[in-house]
Design a protein around this ligand. Structure first.
Ligand code: GLA
Length: 367
C-alpha cells in the first residue's frame, strides 16, 4: 500500500500541448523527433474523496464516475476514455488509487493537433502519482500514457506526444531518439526568433485510418528491405521498393536526417538553415508521405514568402490541424497578421494563430 497521507488534499496539475518542430511520422519508425511544449494547456484541479470513486468533470462533455475498486475496461470513446485508460494502466501495475474529484479546464483546443489527448493522459498520470504519493520514472510514465491511448482511445500513436508533455523543459525543445529513448534538451530560447502556430481550422475525420495505414506501409517497407525499422536503412536500396512504400521510406529516411541537422542548426543559431529544413520537411510530408491537405499546403506556401519567416511546416499527424513557423522576433506580429489575412482570403477560414515560447510540459501547484 502506498502512503497517501503525505500528499496534499488539493492540488492542480497543468499539462501543456506541444508542437513538433521537425521529425514527423518518424517516432513509430524508431527515428528522431524534436517537439517543444507550448503555452496552451489543460488544467486538472484535484481534490481527494473519502471513498474509492474518481469523479471527472470537464467542459468537453458529460461528467464521468469511475469505480476505482474494479479494474477499468475500455468502453465508450468519450473524452473520459483518456483518464480512464491511464487509471487502468496504474491498476494493472497494482497501484491502489484513492478516490478523487478532478475538474478539467483547457485553453488547448481538443482535436487540434496540439496533443490535447497526451496532455490529458499525462495530467491524469501525474494526479495519480500525487494521490498515491509515489512516482514512475518519466520514460515509464510516458509509455504508460501511450498504452492508455492505444487501448482506450483506439489510436495507434507513437511515443512523441506523451514524451513531449512528460519531459519538455521551459526554454528547450526535446530531441528524442525514439528507439533508445535517450533524450536531449536542446536550448531553444534565442531572443531573435519566435515560434508561430497557425491552426488551419481543418479537422479531417479520416485521420485515424490514414495514420494506421502509414504505419503499416512503413512496416511493410522495412520488411521488404529486411531491416527492423526504416531507422536502419543505410543505403539506397529503398529506391527499388514498390509504391507507396518507396515514397513513405523516402520521407522517413530524409526526415531523420533533417531532424538531426535541425538540432545542430538550432545549437549554432543558424535560423535560415533551420528554416530551410522545415520547408523541406513540409514538402516531403506533402509529396511523399501524403499527410498534408490543401489548407496546410497553402500556409506552408504563403509563410516562407514573407520577410522575417525562416521556414514553415505542418506539425503533428496531419490531414488538418496546425502549421508551425520559425519567425524573426521583430517580425512576428506582422507575419502573424499577414498569414491570417491571406489564408482567410483564400479559404474563408479565420485561422487561430499565436506566438509561443518553449514551455515546460508539466507544472504542479498545491492549493
Ligand atoms: C501524432 C502521433 C505521434 C506522431 C505524430 C506524427 O501526433 O500521436 O505519435 O506519430 O502524429 O509525427
Amino acid at each position: 500500500m502506498s502512503d497517501t497521507t503525505a500528499t496534499p488534499a488539493r492540488f492542480t496539475v497543468t499539462a501543456h500541448g506541444r508542437v513538433n518542430l521537425i521529425g514527423e511520422h518518424t517516432d513509430y519508425n524508431d527515428g528522431f523527433v524534436l517537439p517543444m511544449a507550448i503555452g496552451p494547456c489543460i488544467r486538472m484541479r484535484v481534490t481527494r474523496r473519502p471513498d474509492r470513486l474518481a469523479m471527472l468533470h470537464s467542459e468537453h462533455g458529460p461528467a464521468a464516475s469511475l469505480d476505482l475498486q474494479r479494474p477499468l475496461q475500455p468502453g465508450e470513446r468519450a473524452w473520459s476514455c483518456y483518464p480512464a485508460g491511464v487509471i487502468a494502466q496504474f491498476q494493472r501495475l497494482g497501484w491502489e488509487i484513492p478516490g478523487f474529484e478532478a475538474s478539467i479546464s483547457a485553453d488547448l483546443p481538443a482535436g487540434g493537433g496540439l496533443s490535447s489527448s497526451a496532455a490529458l493522459e499525462v495530467a491524469t498520470a501525474t494526479a495519480v502519482e500525487m494521490l498515491c504519493g509515489r512516482s514512475l520514472p518519466p520514460v515509464e510514465k510516458a509509455l504508460l500514457c501511450q498504452r492508455a491511448e492505444h487501448e482506450f482511445a483506439g489510436v495507434p500513436c507513437g511515443i512523441m506526444d506523451q514524451f513531449a508533455v512528460t519531459c519538455c523543459r521551459a526554454g528547450h525543445a526535446l530531441l528524442l531518439d525514439c528507439r533508445s529513448r535517450v533524450l536531449r534538451h536542446v536550448s531553444f530560447a534565442a531572443a531573435e526568433v519566435r515560434v508561430l502556430v497557425i491552426d488551419s481550422g481543418v479537422r479531417h475525420r479520416l485521420v485515424d485510418g490514414e495514420y494506421a495505414r502509414r504505419r503499416a506501409e512503413c512496416a511493410s517497407a522495412a520488411r521488404h528491405l529486411g531491416v527492423a525499422s526504416l531507422r536502419d536503412v543505410d543505403s539506397d536500396t529503398w529506391q527499388t521498393l514498390p509504391e507507396p512504400e518507396r515514397s513513405r521510406a523516402a520521407h522517413v529516411i530524409s526526415e531523420n536526417e533533417r531532424t538531426l541537422a535541425f538540432a545542430d542548426a538550432v545549437a549554432r543559431g543558424d535560423w535560415p538553415a533551420a528554416g530551410r529544413l522545415m520547408n523541406a520537411s513540409h514538402a516531403s510530408l506533402s509529396r511523399d508521405y501524403q499527410v498534408s491537405c490543401r489548407e496546410l499546403d497553402l500556409i506552408a506556401e504563403i509563410a516562407p514568402t514573407l520577410p522575417g519567416v525562416h521556414g514553415c511546416r505542418m506539425t503533428g499527424g496531419g490531414f488538418g490541424g496546425c502549421a508551425v513557423a520559425l519567425v524573426e522576433a521583430a517580425d512576428a506580429d506582422r507575419v502573424q497578421a499577414e498569414i491570417a489575412s491571406r489564408y482567410r482570403a483564400a479559404t474563408g477560414i479565420d485561422p487561430r494563430t499565436f506566438v509561443t515560447a518553449a514551455a515546460a510540459g508539466l507544472e504542479m501547484t498545491c492549493d
